[in-house]
Design a protein around this ligand. Structure first.
Ligand code: FE2
Length: 314
């Protein structure tokens, strides 16, 4: 059997070599603890996906057998998330796909269909935010997109902790529609998946979120090419293992309530580095370097204030 997590965010603090090294060490440890054969690294397009993938790859500990599959969680003009990946780092040469808000959902689908080195996944379509297809399209369009791209993220754990909290507080019957959306994000109903090739990921942003993964029922192998082929071909039975111990519930809840709003602010205020700024209006394009400069100044000021006691002792 092969164990593959098809949706992981390294979520690195790339401005700090120390913080990056510390986090990548923990991520690799989590991969080893859960015996993952491969992980699709799908960092958000607005969080330097190329640098994040390479930083993680560079920090691979000696003897680790987990393979990294290069990918990105692309962001369409409408704000929809779509995972795009490739066998090698070819995806990292596709500047239009890597640029947030550059392509519309339809343009992105056509782009993937026309390039046989790219693979696209209908990603958490029922998540209740701008990033889910359901906020912009109907269920029929979701079905059609699965048929076109072939791959569908049937299992996604990004709202697992909310579902559990709702169940424990008895809220599932008070707000049934919200609860149903959590369930549909965690597992898309079979009638919508159809003949789509099933993917399943933790959507982890932190090491403690890593664990749940897709299982492909084939004889085990360590060879990357064979693992990748097993992932993209619909030849073998697939299941999804939920690995979420109770002790991570509070941790996941707290960190998600920090990470998610920060990501929304980053997107809304365009506080990210991009390869192509043409998606911004002319005036916003002029202000982009200033915004990035102010952001860096803010981080440095916070670090300066936080380290005052330490520096005083020295
Ligand atoms: Fe994600």
């Amino acid at each position: 059997m092969l164990r593959i997590d098809t949706h992981v965010h390294p979520n690195l603090k790339l401005f700090s070599r120390y913080l990056t090294r510390r986090k990548t060490r923990k991520i690799w440890k989590a991969f080893a603890d859960h015996n993952l054969d491969a992980v699709l690294i799908a960092e958000h397009a607005f969080k330097q996906p190329v640098q994040a993938f390479r930083a993680l790859k560079r920090s691979r500990p000696v003897g680790m057998s987990t393979h990294l599959i290069p990918g990105v969680e692309a962001l369409t003009k409408e704000g929809v998330d779509v995972i795009v990946f490739s066998r090698d780092e070819y995806i990292f040469q596709q500047k239009d796909i890597l640029t947030p808000y550059k392509l519309s959902f339809e343009e992105l689908l056509c782009r993937i269909e026309q390039d046989d080195r790219l693979y696209g996944v209908v990603t958490h379509p029922f998540v209740l935010s701008e990033t889910g297809m359901i906020a912009h399209f109907d269920v029929d369009c979701i079905r059609k997109s699965i048929r076109r791209l072939q791959f569908v993220e049937r299992h996604n754990m990004c709202v697992w902790y909310l579902r559990i909290v709702f169940e424990r507080l008895g809220l599932s019957t008070c707000v049934p529609r919200l609860y149903e959306s959590f369930c549909a994000t965690e597992e898309i109903p079979q009638d919508i998946v159809g003949a789509g090739i099933v993917f399943g990921g933790s959507d982890a942003h932190h090491p403690w979120d890593i664990g749940s993964h897709l299982q492909i029922h084939v004889p085990h192998t360590f060879a990357y090419e064979e693992i990748f082929d097993a992932l993209i071909k619909p030849l073998h039975h697939r299941s999804f293992l939920i690995d979420k111990p109770d002790r991570v519930l509070l941790l996941s809840l707290v960190t998600s309530f920090i990470t998610t709003p920060l990501e929304i602010i980053k997107k809304e205020w365009r506080l990210f580095y991009t390869l192509d700024l043409s998606f911004l209006s002319r005036s916003r394009r002029m202000f982009q370097p200033l915004v990035i400069f102010l952001r860096c100044a803010f981080v440095v000021s916070v670090l300066w204030v936080v380290t005052i006691p330490v520096r005083a002792l020295l």
